[in-house]
Design a protein around this ligand. Structure first.
Ligand SMILES: NC(=O)c1ccc[n+]([C@@H]2O[C@H](COP(=O)([O-])OP(=O)(O)OC[C@H]3O[C@@H](n4cnc5c(N)ncnc54)[C@H](OP(=O)(O)O)[C@@H]3O)[C@@H](O)[C@H]2O)c1
Length: 353
């Protein structure tokens, strides 16, 4: 029998952690060894996530000390961090430091923004506080698995939810030189994108039945998108991004528009995108406009494109918690551990959520 790989999750009571637990329950190789909660150590996991009660009936949240001893015992555990930015780097640094002293070798996928930047100065410029573990930045690569053939660092920083959709839509056309490097993006996210803590932007009476933009042209993830797009395509592009809050819990839809750099039709653009993602098992490119319901709660991304009068519109729908976070992280961890990229991730979307 093939041995289970112990997996540890940080940021335990959060939405992304909950989605990681759901995916790990169905995973044939990763086996949840602990889920850490800073606020609720010792409390019931099933109480925080009633939809996971049948999978984790008796499990309780672990403390940092308990997680540390697991990471110091297992020779090569998988560590997923779903802690917030500004917290994740310090936590990961402390846990990796302890593991290094114990001679174990955890591999990390961080869902926060903390390791998405090449330099601490660039991080501080956006997040306005010092980086907690600048010496570890070089140990992380920020990329989508679809856009990097060979991982050269030990750990991965997941690019994030809006970023995943924008990168999936933009990188093939930037890399092929089909569009000018000036990209206009409008995106709509579900309320789980804002995390578990209730705020006006996620409160049901304020959000239900409404649609509104926020941080127009000033969203803090834009520099991360531009850096990842350049690394993946070789083109330094400008992204003008207007995010919106949508009246649904899960899912992201982005619409990207750009000027074509040479005369091209819809069919050709779709062919270029299909060719680019020919070996990407979770990306589907077709002529129909993608719909959020077709991908919600799955790791699949649906893309399409339309050309008219020298302009291309690329459309992309993903699930923010899965492909845009937990699913993308498991996809990376599969690759890190030499498993088929699709392991544990091929469940289809329920369709009617
Ligand atoms: N939501 C999305 O769609 C999405 C998509 C991509 C990436 N992300 C990123 O993934 C991470 C988790 O997002 P989320 O939506 O799950 O957020 P969330 O629902 O707010 O959960 C974050 C969790 O982190 C822990 N935490 C909060 N403050 C902490 C502190 N000071 N020290 C230690 N732990 C603390 C809390 O869990 P405990 O108290 O139980 O430890 C909290 O429930 C974030 O970095 C986010 O930017 C989110």
């Amino acid at each position: 029998m093939t041995e289970a790989i112990p997996a540890v999750v940080l940021g335990g009571t959060g939405y992304v952690a909950g989605e990681l637990l759901r995916l790990l329950d169905a995973h044939p190789r990763f086996s949840l060894a602990a889920v850490m909660s800073d606020s609720q150590p010792g409390e019931s996991v099933a109480a925080a996530f009633p939809h996971l009660a049948s999978a984790y009936a008796d499990l309780t949240f672990s403390s940092q000390a308990q997680v540390r001893s697991i990471l110091c015992e297992a020779p090569r555990p998988a560590l997923f961090s779903a802690a917030p930015h500004g917290v994740s780097a310090g936590l990961i640094d402390a846990l990796l430091g302890a593991a290094e002293q114990a001679g174990t070798h955890p591999r990390v996928v961080d869902l926060s923004a903390d390791f998405r930047y090449a330099s601490a100065a660039a991080y501080t410029g956006v997040y306005q506080h010092p980086h907690a573990a600048p010496a570890r930045l070089a140990q992380f690569t920020c990329a989508l698995p679809e856009h990097l053939a060979e991982l050269k660092t030990t750990h991965v920083a997941h690019p994030g939810c809006f970023a995943s959709a924008i990168l999936l839509a933009s990188v093939p056309l930037l890399a092929s030189g089909l569009i000018a490097p000036s990209v206009f993006v409008s995106g709509v996210t579900g309320s789980t994108g804002a995390g578990r803590k209730p705020v006006p932007g996620t409160h049901h009476p304020l959000r239900h039945g409404d649609l509104y933009s926020y941080s127009a042209l000033r969203h803090r993830h834009v520099p991360e998108v531009a850096a990842c797009a350049e690394a993946a395509s070789g083109v330094a592009a400008k992204f003008a991004f207007v995010p919106h809050s949508g009246p649904f819990a899960r899912g992201i839809h982005v619409t990207l528009q750009a000027q074509l750099s040479r005369p091209t039709d819809t069919h050709t653009v779709l062919r270029v995108m299909q060719g680019f993602y020919a070996s990407a098992p979770f990306v589907r490119v077709g002529p129909s406009a993608p719909r959020v319901k077709d991908v919600v709660a799955s790791n699949y991304a649906h893309l399409s494109a339309v050309v008219m009068d020298g302009t291309v519109a690329v459309l992309c729908a993903i699930d923010n918690l899965s492909k845009g976070a937990a699913g993308g992280a498991v996809q990376w961890m599969n690759r890190i551990f030499g498993l088929p990229e699709t392991t544990g991730l091929t469940a289809t979307a329920p369709g009617w959520t």
